[in-house]
Design a protein around this ligand. Structure first.
Ligand code: UT7
Length: 322
């Protein structure tokens, strides 16, 4: 028998307030035309004061549990990926746990910025296969609006807030055909200065603002994402031709297009939500996955590849049979 982590349900949540490019252009020296042409972004959601990384994560988690048809009390593990936690500590995962009324389970955050959800899924999968838990909530939730320099047009037009969550459950089967089949993670800290926040607890004592060398990040993203997808598929003897859907990190439509081209993947197989959500960092992959599951594109039996790249640099991919 093979024990695997299977996808039981997905959920997502967005802040109430949607902000169009035109609205941003009222306060920032930019235009709808520039943003759409260079990034594909048309809209993003921005959290109000009463909406936080935890509240978004809680809403997304409730929807994922409902979709999975399981009670919160069955969850034995919560892994939450974020670079914008509600507080320095405790982990935002424990706030989700408390709100869901789970009195005892394993709960912690992981920090791998835009690749955070891939790291979280990989860790949760390993813990499920090891027997630590049989049902897990894996969440990506962010409020990047709180670390934006709203006077820096090269970054503030690119990001948005939101959360996505999945419920994973252990399943034992003869063939192990369903569930997470392979995942690969990478990090290369030589590139810290390409994408970072200029503040922190033990340096400035401030929260800081996001800084990015966009062109450099773009170049590395296309190369690293195509490579890690190929590497992850190859580990289980598959190629891009076997893939039904790619659910990528939603940073820039041009990165998604260029990466798909490198792998000879038709654009119709790539789930794209960057136009409506912008870059929501660790939330972007589970948010896009939830959209594609709910609109009927991703169906049971489909082979799906998740991938992301972000600050660090960190990057990774995961192949699962839904
Ligand atoms: O999630 C983590 C991963 N992050 C990413 O993957 C982001 C990767 N990078 C990118 O998506 C792109 O590099 C950007 C969208 C950030 C920038 O696109 P680009 O085609 O590389 O543009 P650029 O930085 O070369 O800027 C071109 C011009 C510049 O003007 P000059 O120097 O040519 O006169 C910028 O000042 O566009 C100007 N510009 C803007 N103009 C209007 C930069 N930002 C804006 C703006 N509105 N918001």
């Amino acid at each position: 028998m093979i024990r695997r982590s299977v996808l039981l349900g997905t959920g997502s949540a967005l802040p109430r307030r949607a902000v169009s490019n035109a609205e941003l252009a009222e306060t920032v020296d930019t235009s709808d035309e520039w943003i759409v042409e260079r990034t594909g972004i048309r809209n993003r959601h921005i959290a109000s004061d009463d909406e936080t990384t935890a509240t978004l994560a809680i809403d997304a988690s409730r929807r994922a549990l409902e979709a999975a048809g399981i009670d919160a009390s069955e969850i034995g593990l919560i892994v939450l990926a974020t670079a914008t936690p509600d507080q320095t500590f405790p982990a935002t995962a424990t706030k989700v746990q408390a709100a869901l009324g789970i009195n005892d389970c394993v709960a912690f955050d992981v920090a791998a910025v835009c690749s955070g959800f891939l790291y979280a899924v990989s860790v949760a999968d390993a813990m499920i296969r090891a027997g630590t838990a049989s049902k897990a909530l894996v969440i990506g939730s962010e409020t990047f609006s709180r670390i934006m320099d709203w006077e820096d047009r090269t970054t503030c037009v690119l990001f948005g807030d939101g959360a996505g969550a999945v419920v994973l459950g252990a399943e034992e089967s003869e063939d192990g055909a369903r569930g997470i089949l392979a995942s690969k993670l990478h990090a290369d800290g030589r590139h810290n200065a390409m994408l970072y926040v200029d503040g922190g607890v033990s340096t400035t004592g401030t929260v800081g603002k996001l800084r990015m060398k966009g062109k450099e990040v773009f170049r590395h993203a296309v190369v690293n994402l195509a490579a890690v997808m190929g590497e992850t598929l190859a580990e289980i003897g598959l190629t891009a031709a076997d893939v039904d859907w790619v659910v990528p990190h939603q940073a820039n439509a041009r990165i998604l297009d260029a990466t798909a081209r490198k792998l000879n993947l038709p654009a119709e197989k790539v789930v794209m939500t960057v136009d409506r959500h912008a870059n929501t960092s660790a939330a972007s992959v589970p948010l896009a996955l939830d959209v594609a599951v709910r609109d009927g594109r991703v169906k049971p039996g489909d082979l799906v590849v998740l991938e992301a790249m972000g600050g660090g640099f960190t990057w990774g991919a995961c192949v699962l049979r839904v």
